[in-house]
Design a protein around this ligand. Sequence first.
Ligand code: ADP
Length: 284
Amino acid sequence: MAKIEIQDLTYIYSEGTPAAKKALSNINLCIKKNEFIGIIGRTGSGKSTFAKHLNALLKPTEGKVILDGKDIWDEPKEIRNVRFKVGMVFQYPEHQLFEETVYKDIAFGPSNMGLPKDEIEKKVYMACEFINLDFDLLYKSPFELSGGEKRKVAIAGVIAMDPEVLILDEPTAGFDPKSKEQLLYQLHCYYKNRGKTVILISHNMDDIAKYSDRIIVLDNGNLVMLDSPKRVFSQIDLLKSIGLEPPQITSIMQALKEEFPDLSDEILSVDEAVEALSNFVKNR
Ligand code: ADP
């Protein structure tokens, strides 16, 4: 299981040119082993730039990314192993499909890892089950598939590598509600039952509140908070000042609390709200 420490991380795009843009400023944090981490922040706050540092797609302008005690840039030949250990599902991952068949696309990662053929096959089927992709599609061209199916194939390709840390950048955009819930539930199981770390970037505060142990809040390249969903979403004024809102049910309960101060406002889901409201009514 992997632990990631970020020390004084600063990243500047096109450094030294007139187009230079500081996207991350002096970030310090630690992601423990076997955590489910949410990353939130408005568009342009640095979420993707941060995530790309975790699997060595970007090299810090300053600072370090330390994976299991080792600076990932210390030995350039180790970068490949970092990418096997830390898997990344990009925004619009379906753009990265390129093989003739779905099977080959999903097998690409495990083949690169040098696994034997039967092991690769196992991983491909395991990844299809994970993402609920029909086995009948395996011998089709990825380009014959629907948008949602293509995205599932791309996610399966990363899952097939069985990464210790799985990062997903807005993976459910474009999914129907059922596929979205299925994927989030599977990510939860990957973390809970398989002991892995999952890092989810999302604009959907309900999903982030429901699944995360802790949430990284970014604004303008700065780390604003790293805390539990309850603590993060109780900071309404701070969130508003950086263009974010708590989950809808949390906002409703926070508004109700202004009228009824005895009511709990540390509510993140409809189920919690129902329980809090029925207790409140019983005790009046
Ligand atoms: P987010 O994922 O939160 O939307 P990004 O990490 O994509 O934010 O972007 C952070 C900042 O870096 C933004 O100001 C964005 O415009 C800038 N940026 C992102 N990618 C590039 C790039 N390839 N070249 C220059 N600037 C970039």
